[in-house]
Design a protein around this ligand. Structure first.
Ligand SMILES: *Cc1c(COP(=O)(O)O)cnc(C)c1O
Ligand code: SF4
Length: 348
């Protein structure tokens, strides 16, 4: 692991005393779900309040939520190998770490993160590389986890080198919440290593404007300065960021830090996370207040990763009223209009 243990809060008693919550409640939850918060993020959350704290401090509602499936995306069955998810024709997710700097309470892989059984062994990794090498249709490898930046630089470098050496792989992505949870991990040494593997993209994860502290912003800038195009995914979370004003500010701050908002996810249906769920109607209402009103650069795709492992579907609200010979629409500002939806001339 690349991170000193002292940077992480893992004992329920310590979190209870720092965050002023009942230690018995935390101990109860800890018996079912792992607990970890980076010291950096907890300090930031204590300065800023509920929207950040709710993401990382366990809530008794986690235990009350028992009817929800643990693996609704069917990732276990879509995994041809323990560390590979192959759901779409041209891309795979390579899970290289089961660890994160913080265990987000709403995590889709709550069943796995921080538990045994997701550690990548050399044999598993070799088999995954072989799987990708044999399938030239796979052009995009998304290195994820857990958080890949939990690995030491040298271990991550080896993985990147071997993925990069597969001829069919056109570009690589790394998914990481490290710039948000532990910006100090984005060292000049790490960045100098990463930039040797271009074209390399990074998908970060930010949920609230207060997460873009000066340190987090500087970490994004170090990555951007290495020529790594940065995107961010955000999970729409009840009581955290389910408002157009909060998301607008988040997306502006991300763009100012040179990070393009990429996805706004409807939360997955995962056991222990239902108290964070919003309705799709409220998500679409938020998107309607962003589309047209704010810079197109500040608009992510609003999407749902469908239960059962069907893949992501767009949840963007519609603007077309009819789609016949004349297509009619209503604009973001409420004006109606039409567009000739025919070929002219009929043949060429
Ligand atoms: C989200 C996801 C991807 C990447 O999807 P994009 O829409 O290309 O960002 C790939 N594989 C799996 C299994 C995923 O869940
Ligand atoms: S950083 Fe991502 S993978 Fe890790 S706990 Fe948070 S949401 Fe889950």
């Amino acid at each position: 692991m690349s991170i000193p243990a002292s940077a992480l809060i893992t004992r329920p008693e310590e979190l209870a005393s720092l965050a002023h919550v009942d230690p018995e409640i935390l101990a109860k939850i800890h018996a079912v779900y792992p607990l970890r918060v980076s010291r950096y993020f907890l300090e930031l959350a204590l300065q800023h309040g509920a929207p950040l704290l709710r993401q990382v401090v366990p809530d008794l509602l986690e235990l009350a939520d028992t009817a929800t499936p643990a693996d609704p995306l069917n990732e276990e069955n879509l995994s041809p190998l323990p560390c590979l998810i192959h759901r779409y024709p041209d891309r795979v997710v390579l899970l290289v770490s089961r660890d994160c700097p913080t265990f987000c309470r709403f995590c889709t892989r709550k069943r796995k993160i921080g538990t045994a059984g997701m550690q990548l062994t050399q044999e598993m990794f070799k088999a995954a590389l072989e799987y990708i090498r044999k399938r030239p249709a796979i052009v995009d490898v998304l290195i994820s986890g857990g958080d890949p930046l939990m690995l030491a630089d040298e271990a991550l470098e080896q993985i990147l080198a071997q993925v990069r050496a597969i001829p069919g792989v056109r570009f690589i992505r790394i998914g990481s919440r490290m710039p948000c949870m532990m910006p100090q991990r984005i060292t000049e040494k790490l960045v100098a290593m990463l930039k040797r593997f271009h074209p390399l993209y990074m998908n970060l994860h930010f949920n609230h404007p207060d997460e873009l502290s000066p340190e987090a912003t500087a970490a994004c800038e170090r990555l951007a300065n290495a020529g790594i195009p940065l995107g961010s995914q955000t999970v729409l979370l009840r009581g955290v960021n389910d408002s157009a004003a909060i998301l607008q500010e988040l997306f502006y701050r991300l763009l100012a830090a040179r990070v393009k908002p990429y996805y706004l996810f409807q939360i997955d249906q995962v056991r222990g996370t239902s108290h964070f769920r919003t309705t799709i109607q409220s998500g679409q209402a938020i998107m309607r207040r962003l589309i047209g009103h704010v810079s197109g650069m500040a608009q992510p795709h609003y999407a749902l990763d469908t239960p059962g492992g069907g893949g992501k579907i767009p949840l963007c609200p519609g603007y077309l009223d009819s789609l016949h010979e004349h297509c009619t629409f209503t604009t973001y500002a409420g004006k109606t209009g039409s567009y000739p939806n025919t070929l002219w001339p009929k043949s060429r």
